[in-house]
Design a protein around this ligand. Structure first.
Ligand code: ASP
Length: 431
C-alpha cells in the first residue's frame, strides 16, 4: 500500500485538488491520503491555518472573528462549488467550527479545523472514507506520537476501503484536540504509513524534491535524488523546509521509504529518503537565522559535580532550551533560538547565573545563524576545509564549528547578515 500526504499548496484550490485526484487514480496502491489545510494560491494569499490562528486570537481578545471566518468559509465553499459538490454538509461543518471557536475551544482546536474541513471536502470529492485523526492519533504532552496511535489506526484502516485523513492534529491522551508543530501533516502521513505498514510514503508538495540548497538563494541548486533519514533530518533542522524534521521518526524503525514528489510535475522522480541511501558524498547546504549564543566562563567549572545540569535548569526556568552546545575546559557556549527569550529576560538570567554560580563571565549575543553542510563523513571531508577557507576568503567570519555525532553534518556559525552569502559561497566552492 502507498500512503500519500498532500501539502497545503496541493489542496489550495479546485485545480490543485483535481491534480490530487488524478495522482491517486493513477495507482491503485494509493489507498490512504493525508491532507493539509488549503495553503497559499499565490504570493499575496494567506494560508487557511494562519487565518484560523487569527480567528482564535481575535476571540481571545474578545473581538469578533466573523470577517476572517467568512473568508475561510468562502474559500472552502468556492472549492466545493467548483468541484460540483453538495455544499450542505460543508456549510453545517463550517457553522459548527465557527461556533466552537467563538466559544473559546482554544488554539489547537481552531488551527486543526483547516485540515478537518479540507479532509471532509476531499473525501467527498474522491468518494473515499473520512477518518478523523482525533479519534486515532494520540499526541503525548511533549508533542511526540503515542505508539498506541499505530494500533488504533491500523485497525481502522483495515476495512479494505480507501481513506482520507486530516493531517496536523490528533488528540491528547485525555481526548482533547492537539496539533503538531507547524507543517505537522508530514508527521501525520508518516504515522499512517507506519500504521498500515506501507511499502512507500509519498509526500506530495510543490517542488520536485529536496534541493541541495534553497533554489531562491542558489540559482543552480539541484534536486537531491536520494538521501538517508538522518541526512534529511539534519537538512531540515538547518532550514530546508520541504519536509518536517520530526516526520521521519515514525517510519525509521520500520524502514518505510519516503518519496518527496511534486503535485504539479508528478512525472519528476523527486527525492527518495531511506535508510539505505549511500551516505557518502555531499548532499546539501542550508542556513538558518535567528540564533543567539550564551557564553559562560569559570575557572575549574567542571570540578563541581552536576554543574552543567544545574546551569541548564536555570536556563530552562527562563525558557531557554539550547539547540547546540560547546564545552571547553573552563567554559560553555550554548546556542539557542533567539525567539525563546527577550533581552530583558536574558539580562536577568545572566545576572542570576553569575551570582548563583559565581561565574567569571556570562554574556549573550544576538544575530547568529547556523549553516549546515550535509553529506557523509563530514569530519574527514576536504569539502569542509574548502568551505571554511572560502568563507574566510569571502570576508565571512566563522564563529562556531561543530560536527554532530553521526558524521553527516558540519555546522558553521556565522552572523545573521552573512547567512545567505555564506550558503552561496559554500555552494559555489564545494558543490
Ligand atoms: N496546515 C498546517 C500548517 O500550515 C500543517 C501542515 O500544513 O502541515 O502548518
Amino acid at each position: 500500500m502507498v500512503v500519500c500526504k498532500f501539502g497545503g499548496s496541493s489542496v489550495a484550490d479546485e485545480n490543485q485538488i483535481k491534480k490530487v485526484k488524478a495522482i491517486l487514480d493513477e495507482d491503485k496502491n494509493r489507498k490512504v491520503a493525508i491532507v493539509s489545510a488549503p495553503g497559499k494560491r499565490n504570493k499575496e494569499d494567506r494560508k487557511i491555518t494562519d487565518m484560523l490562528y487569527e480567528c482564535n486570537s481575535l476571540v481571545q481578545q474578545d473581538r469578533s472573528c466573523k470577517r476572517v471566518f467568512a473568508e475561510i468559509g468562502k474559500r472552502y465553499l468556492d472549492i466545493a462549488a467548483a468541484l460540483k459538490l453538495d455544499t450542505k454538509k460543508l456549510t453545517l461543518a463550517l457553522d459548527d467550527v465557527r461556533r466552537k471557536i467563538d466559544a473559546g475551544s482554544g488554539t489547537d482546536y481552531a488551527a486543526s479545523r483547516g485540515e478537518y474541513l479540507s479532509a471532509l471536502l476531499i473525501s467527498e470529492y474522491l468518494g473515499w472514507e473520512f477518518v478523523d485523526a482525533a479519534d486515532y492519533i494520540v499526541i503525548n504532552p511533549d508533542g511526540t506520537v503515542n505508539p498506541i496511535s499505530y494500533e488504533r489506526l491500523a485497525t481502522r484502516l483495515s476495512t479494505g476501503s480507501k481513506y482520507v485523513i486530516p493531517g496536523f492534529y490528533g488528540a491528547s491522551p485525555e481526548g482533547v484536540i492537539k496539533t503538531f508543530s507547524r507543517g505537522g501533516s508530514d508527521i501525520s502521513g508518516a504515522i499512517a504509513a507506519r500504521a498500515v505498514g506501507a511499502e512507500l510514503y509519498e509526500n506530495w508538495t510543490d517542488v520536485s524534491g529536496m534541493y541541495s540548497a534553497d533554489p531562491r538563494v542558489v540559482e543552480n541548486a539541484r534536486v537531491i535524488p536520494e538521501l538517508t533519514y538522518v541526512q534529511v533530518r539534519e537538512l531540515s533542522d538547518v532550514g530546508a523546509s520541504v519536509f518536517h524534521e520530526e516526520a521521519i521518526a515514525p517510519v525509521i524503525p520500520v524502514k518505510i521509504p519516503i518519496n518527496i514528489k511534486n503535485t504539479n510535475r508528478p512525472q519528476d522522480p523527486g527525492t527518495l529518503i531511506s535508510a539505505d541511501a549511500d551516505p557518502r558524498g555531499l548532499i546539501g547546504v542550508s542556513g538558518k537565522t535567528g540564533y543567539s549564543r550564551l557564553k559562560l566562563r569559570k575557572l575549574m567549572m567542571f570540578k563541581k559535580p552536576g554543574m552543567r545540569h544545574a546551569l541548564l535548569t536555570i536556563l530552562h526556568l527562563y525558557g531557554v532550551r539550547p539547540s547546540y552546545s560547546l564545552f571547553g575546559i573552563d567554559s560553555i557556549v550554548w546556542l539557542f533560538e533567539s525567539k525563546m527569550a527577550t533581552d530583558t529576560v536574558l539580562t536577568s538570567m545572566c545576572e542570576r547565573l553569575k551570582k548563583d554560580f559565581e561565574l567569571d563571565d556570562v554574556i549573550f549575543e544576538r544575530g547568529l545563524s547556523i549553516i549546515g553542510i550535509i553529506g557523509g563523513h563530514m569530519d574527514e571531508s576536504e569539502a569542509f576545509i574548502d568551505a571554511v577557507v572560502a568563507l574566510r576568503d569571502g570576508g565571512i567570519h566563522t564563529n562556531f564549528v561543530n560536527f554532530g555525532v553521526n558524521r553527516t553534518t558540519a555546522l558553521i556559525g556565522v552572523s545573521e547578515e552573512d547567512c545567505t552569502k555564506a550558503v552561496q559561497t559554500i555552494y559555489e566552492k564545494v558543490f
